[in-house]
Design a protein around this ligand. Sequence first.
Ligand SMILES: [Fe+2]
Length: 381
Amino acid sequence: MFWLGIEQSENIKVLVVEDDDEVRTAMVDFLIKEGYEVYSAKNGIEGFRKVLEVEPDVVLIDYLMPGMDGISLCKAIKNNSETVDIGVILITGVDDLEIRINGLEAGADDFLSKPFLIPELKARIRSLSKIKKYRDFLKSYQETLESEVERKTSDLLKAHLELKKAYEEIKELSLEIIYRLAKAAEYKDEYTGFHIQRISAYCVKMAESLGLNKEQIDLLKYGSPLHDIGKLGIPEKILIKPGILDEFEREIIKKHTLIGFKILEGSKIKYLQVAEKIALFHHERWDGTGYPYGLRGKKIPLFARITAIADVFDALTTDRPYRRALSISQALEIIKHSSGTHFDPELVNIFFKIKDQIIEIRNFFKDEDPKSDRLFLKFFL
Ligand SMILES: [Fe+2]
């Protein structure tokens, strides 16, 4: 360890503060010969200035000096956080017990009585300089540790922020792709303005009112726009056929649920797992007369039951080539009338409970309003 090597006097700075020229010169000469780096001062004021200037390891202070005496200088050194670790040896007379007590109270580390023996002086300087070097080492080690901890903490924080940013970017990218995919499917069909945007917003409001948690609400928010993704697999001549479809064509259209399932099945992404179920079951009916499987009641997944109400309400309140949009009150009447047959009665109650918010969404996302798409993306991402 480093302090084992300081038996030699090199690199040890000693400051001698002594008003007697003869004694000071003798001490300085002796210490230089011993190999110390020596500084001197004639009084307390000059002594403290040099303490600050040269940062000695040990200060030898004569107790009796004019002006600032040894006790005052000792106090000044020990009361300063920059100099408190410097070893202070107070030089007193042989019988100055009271001065020694005052010196101890002032923080002196050791005493030398005049006249003192050279080996004693060397031993005391060596002992105090070891302690000073040890304290310096600890201080420097602590500073290094603190700085290392600070650096590592800062690196970790930076890495955490970068990861978070990357995660947010990937999430945003995924969600926007989901949204664009849903829009692409809509263009295959007769374009219905902001149908998928409103569906997502209606579903979110219903899920909130049902008391679902944030994760569930998000799954429905991002899964519901893909409910008709299967229409990508339906021939356009049927999808956009003006007028009434025949039985065969209706059966083809119904296949969009199974095609949607095929497109989305097997994903590890939760949003797509939810979207897969919504695509497959959003045309099932509460009374079991829906398709593709004729599931009944709560056997139909909740998210599909919610999406079914949102989907029908939006279709009823939207212009189609073969009919004008119904009024909101007419559409609400149909929803109410279909409670327990087409729709889950509990969810119809929820839908009516938040009727005002549903109407607000309907009026906010107006078809063919170019601003609505940007506003929706803000809500969606
Ligand atoms: Fe559909």
